[in-house]
Design a binder for this molecule. Sequence first.
Ligand code: SP5
Ligand code: ZN
Length: 332
Amino acid sequence: MKEFISVNNKHAAPYEFYAHGFEPNSEIPARVSEIERVLIEQKVGELIYPDKFSQVPRELLEKIHDPAYVAFILESAKREQREIPENKYRYPTSFPYRRSNRVPNNDVGALGYYSIDTYTPVHEDLTDAALVSASGAYSAAVDILHGGNTSYSIGRPPGHHAGYDYMGGYCYFNNAMVAVETLREKGKVAILDVDFHHGNGTHDILDMQRMIDVADPDLMFPYFSGKKRMFEKPECFNYPLPLGVTNEQYDAILQRTLRRINDFNPYSLVVSIGYDTYKDDPIGGFQLTTDYYERMARQIMELKKPTVFIQEGGYNVAAIGHNARSFIKGTE
Ligand code: SP5
Ligand code: ZN
């Protein structure tokens, strides 16, 4: 399997804001460099680095995200800030009122408008990291279009919390949707998200792709609606699980999910894989073990579909390399 690795060292926010104060940031470069270290040590697969990536086309990002949001990440994030020192990570602090559609014309306001939380700060170094991570997902999907059977984009920042026009949960561009959009030219694509957290961003973008413009709401009455969620939802199933689930409990749900994907009969599959389901993850709450990831991957492979794996969460740095190694073993 080809592994598209992007550590993106320069993107390293020192802290995140949680509930009542600043905490060390969980989404750090060591998450990916540890996976890289273990894969090199154990001579696993074929590691491919950003200088060999195909750059994700901006038009593709603009298909899955609001073009104004793409511009915000690519350009405003770099723009000289009037209110906040340029070399600082900038955290969203003001969010849109419910039902507000107004994009503020200032730096602090725009940060909040395009965000859902305070975990996802912006910095001029973030822009390249987000692009490289999305390009890893793009390259992994292009590899499948060229006849590959499996590929794995092991990058950061992750993507599945980034929605049509917002960042969140450490995510800026939705890397899994970049892969889906790339693969779509060859047929139906299914997405399986096995991160600990809900892939709200992926879900949001799938909904938005079902939207139909009735009349351009920017120009015509009623101005603020008509662009989204007017028609049926895509086939989408969530299985909420209680904290503490074990390998066996998880496996029963995984099997049910894989049967549904099999019935859907896609041409290819995109898997959002997060190791924050691991028993000792500092922000997760499940009980999965390192060995289980091999079993998980083996069952996914039984679908016999060309598959792109996309790295999402997983915050136990000491274990993440071994968990990824175990998972990859299941694809071999
Ligand atoms: C991609 C991904 O896995 N994103 C996860 C975003 C989770 N953000 C919430 C993190 C809360 C961490 N702070 C809780 C620590 C309690 N001491
Ligand atoms: Zn997660």
